[in-house]
Design a protein around this ligand. Structure first.
Ligand code: GDP
Ligand code: MG
Length: 163
């Protein structure tokens, strides 16, 4: 049994860093697949004995005429619909922003399995942001440091029963 996990969240929270850590070199570029744009990147993830497909979302970084909120909604909905589980990432050093609140709102309404991750959580500078994350109404946040590889054991514990 395997599953797919979409990593969503506003730009710069560390989504691609986690994606790269989970995928290593096992990257499948999906650019040329019909219906999938370069805004979504898919890879074969490994976490302990778990094997799953991970989807990274990008494409919110570029400035276009369309509003960030509109693009966020579309991209997030597409990623969430593609995946069995959604990992919603915030930056624990910055804390919860209004943009994070918009994402949380989309995800709560989408009624898929959502895992909340407070990234950049290495060290005590992140404690306030982790506490704020509880207020998003998406359950208990997992403390992660994608860059330093911390909290992956907690991510494993949450994913393992879903596999
Ligand atoms: P994305 O836009 O959400 O995909 O974010 P990126 O993965 O590109 O990361 C944005 C920035 O955050 C980069 O400079 C990363 O090095 C940094 N970053 C990612 N994860 C962590 C982390 O766990 N701790 C810290 N301090 N920085 C991180
Ligand atoms: Mg990225």
């Amino acid at each position: 049994m395997t599953f797919s996990l979409a990593i969503v969240g506003r730009p710069n929270v560390g989504k691609s860093t986690l994606f790269n850590r989970l995928v290593g070199k096992r990257l499948a570029l999906v650019d040329d697949q019909p219906g999938v744009t370069r805004d979504l990147r898919e890879g074969a993830a490994r976490l302990g004995d778990l094997r799953f497909t991970v989807i990274d979302t990008a494409g919110l970084e570029e400035a276009t005429d369309e509003s960030l909120q509109g693009r966020m909604r579309k991209l997030t909905e597409r990623a969430v619909d593609m995946a069995d589980i959604c990992l919603f990432m915030i930056d624990a050093r910055t804390g919860v922003t209004p943009t994070d609140e918009v994402f949380a709102d989309i995800l709560r309404k989408r009624s898929k399995h959502v895992i909340l991750a407070a990234n950049k959580a290495e060290g005590s500078a992140a404690d306030g942001g982790v506490i704020e994350a509880y207020g998003l109404g998406l359950g208990e946040p997992i403390r992660l440091s994608a860059e330093h590889g911390e909290g992956l054991n907690d991510l494993y514990s949450v994913l393992m029963p879903l596999a």
